[in-house]
Design a protein around this ligand. Structure first.
Ligand SMILES: *Cc1c(COP(=O)(O)O)cnc(C)c1O
Length: 463
């Protein structure tokens, strides 16, 4: 190698990242790159691009964990190679998953928590698919045994998260979604009863409805289904979508009967990565009893070194989240979860009260009785000169994400704004947000958005 070439290479090695040859050109965006590049340089480029993402801690729209303890970061790093499906290669990871299932069965008052079945999933969506499938299978077996047709299954629910729409479409089940009416923004027993028939595979109340964060009345619905069974013989099971509430109610409202204490509740799903406080990528589904999960849905895999049962939509998936979940259970116990959620409730109620004091807003859910969150609309019949969409936009200029959105049928006229108060949303952060909302209102007072607002656009809350 010629001496001047050596000098050139040496120069390149010493180059500042941003003065490097690599970064002197734009990175490929849509064509597969031909050449390799220096890892340090590429890391910096990818890292820098991610600056343009929102700041997750200020994203008050998400239910998911945006803050975890340093120990969780450490465990996640140590577990980057753990494949959850490979229970023979990683038997201890599998053991920890099993422990979590039984701890949850115990937390949710399964009559046989030590022996019942359940599994981890990638989130509540996959867990809901599995819970729904088990309901469909049990219903179909029952109908077949009675010599009845099995081509028209239906599922009854309130205003549900999108995963139940997916379940219904992907597995060909009619979704009987009870619409909102006037001030009733959640499911109730009367509306369930109107829709039950022998093709109903189950009823799915939500503990922490996505739109308003309220709890649906599980016990009231179960009692109504008991009465229906007494009258007609129809025995309709329940699955609880406890995506958020499943990791809140047991700690903060232990006397609320929503779980396996109610005999009709056959399965429950919850998101470990929401109020379970695990990092993104873990959900859970647990059955009341072994018998409630049809054997026929379980596959046995023999090419991982042992004969291993699996009930899941995925095959390979990361194990770190599950290990972090187990860490949380040991680290926090009921006491720790209760304290963290209690702090969130207190902050949610505080923010709700402060937002109410601002004047133009009608609080729809004030953080009391559901999950730690709040939501509001503009007061009915007012025209403050801006919509909640405008307010959401304006708050974005300070980095806050406080989504404005319309309700589903039959309240598409109602536009609300919602805040989730999660682990890491402190009262102090709440004060900073309230100050920014106040600043936005002052701005709109001087600079009303220049358009005539119909009540519909303004999201007026009709009574
Ligand atoms: C978030 C949520 C889901 C979906 O859960 P993922 O864990 O995001 O898949 C389902 N149902 C409810 C009520 C939810 O809040």
């Amino acid at each position: 190698m010629a001496l001047h070439q050596k000098d050139k290479i040496r120069d390149n090695l010493l180059d500042d990242i941003y003065a490097s040859q690599d970064l002197s050109v734009s990175m490929p965006k849509y064509k597969f790159p031909e050449q390799e590049q220096n890892p340090r340089h590429v890391y910096q480029i990818v890292h820098d691009e991610l600056m343009l993402d929102g700041n997750s801690r200020q994203n008050l729209a998400t239910f998911c964990s945006t803050w975890v303890e340093p120990e969780v970061h450490k465990l996640m790093d140590e577990c980057i190679d753990k494949n959850m499906i490979d229970k023979d290669e990683y038997p201890q990871t599998a053991e920890l998953e099993g422990r979590c299932v039984h701890m949850l069965a115990d937390l949710w008052n399964s009559p046989d928590a030590k022996n019942t079945l359940g599994c981890s999933t990638t989130g509540s969506s996959e867990a809901a698919m599995l819970g729904g499938l088990a309901m469909k299978w049990r219903w179909r077996d029952k109908m077949k045994a009675a010599g009845k047709p099995t081509d028209k299954p239906n599922l009854i629910c309130g205003p549900v998260q999108i995963c139940w729409h997916k379940f219904a479409k992907y597995w060909d089940v009619e979704l009987r979604e009870v619409p909102m009416e006037d001030d009733r923004l959640i499911l109730n027993a009367d509306e369930v009863l109107k829709r039950c028939d022998e093709n109903t595979i189950g009823v799915v109340p939500t503990l922490g409805v996505t739109f308003t964060c309220q709890y649906e009345p599980v016990k009231e619905i179960a009692d109504a289904l008991d009465a229906l069974q007494e009258k007609t013989g129809l025995n309709i099971p329940m699955h609880i979508d406890g995506a958020s509430g499943g990791f809140i109610a047991p700690f903060n409202e232990p006397d609320l009967a929503w779980d396996f204490r109610i005999e009709r509740v056959k399965s429950i799903n919850a998101s470990g990565h929401k109020f379970g406080l695990a990092p993104l990528g873990v959900g859970w589904v647990v059955w009341r009893d072994k018998e409630d999960l049809p054997d026929d849905l379980i596959f046995w895999v023999n090419y991982l070194g042992d004969n291993i049962p699996t009930f899941a939509l995925n095959f390979s998936r990361p194990g770190g989240q599950i290990i972090a979940q187990y860490y949380n259970f040991l680290r926090l116990g009921k006491e720790g979860y209760r304290k963290i959620h209690e702090a969130c409730y207190s902050t949610a109620a505080y923010i709700a009260d402060e937002i109410e004091k601002l004047g133009p807003f009608e609080i729809i859910y004030n953080g009391r009785g559901g999950i730690p969150a709040l939501c509001w609309s503009l007061k009915k019949d007012t025209n403050p000169g801006y919509t909640l969409y405008d307010l959401a936009d304006k708050l974005r200029s300070r980095g806050w994400q406080v989504p404005a959105y319309s309700m589903p049928a039959n309240r598409t006229d109602l536009v609300i704004q919602r805040i989730l108060v999660r682990h890491g949303v402190s009262k102090d952060l709440g004060d900073l947000l309230i100050n920014d909302i106040r600043r936005c209102l002052d701005y709109f007072k001087d600079n009303p958005v220049n358009k005539a607002l119909s009540e519909k656009d303004a999201g007026g809350y009709k009574h």
